[in-house]
Design a protein around this ligand. Sequence first.
Ligand code: PGA
Length: 251
Amino acid sequence: MRKNIVAANWKMNLDRVQAISLVDEIISNISIKPSTQVILAPSYLYLYKVSKKCNDIENIFVAAQNCSSEDNGAFTGEVSVNMIKSCNADYVIIGHSERRDKFNESNNELEIKVKKALDTGLKVIFCCGESLEQRNQEVHFKWIENQISESLFTLSKKQIRNVVIAYEPIWAIGTGVTATAKQAQEMHFFIREILLARYDKDISDNISILYGGSCNPTNARELFSQQDIDGGLVGGASLSADNFLAITNSF
Ligand code: PGA
């Protein structure tokens, strides 16, 4: 049975004191069902501290928001998968639309990052999503298929099992506009179909696929009740413990 997952993407928000106070508030009030995983993705700077705090709590994990496609060396300002692993992180988010758009990350570079992360023993939250223009032109299914196949489909069956996919339509991220449950379900079903075609039913049935894009306590329950939606990758609403906890309880 695949896991329900709610992941908090704090992006470039919160100073150190604010981040620690948010994690304290979350961990002292959270009650996680055994079938659910909660993942917190703070800035790299707080990764170790947040992971130490979450260490003893069952079903709560820590993710980096990005990683380098290089192992080490003269890449000033970059952070390698080994560094992330050594901070006790469990996951890394790869291919967020903000990285693709603002930092020109290509499907090929993301493929390298995914492999490096998995080789290091990190799990991956791999993001994909189309623009509004692409949806209006009805090329969104093809676009998502390309993003997934070019970055993930050279993975073995064993490797792909450690990947969670997050479908995040760009037009819904940080805009307050959410995909309808029907639109999201339709794309999640499509993603499961392409996983089935490339791998097998076991893999297609067992990979968790999260929805992201203005997910909040009001819309989470309806989204998460869809057959192929296994939870959410939450940005803005994850910066409030009350909102985030409400979303984690929306299954
Ligand atoms: P949002 O961000 O919830 O603020 O729309 C989601 C994301 O970018 O992961």
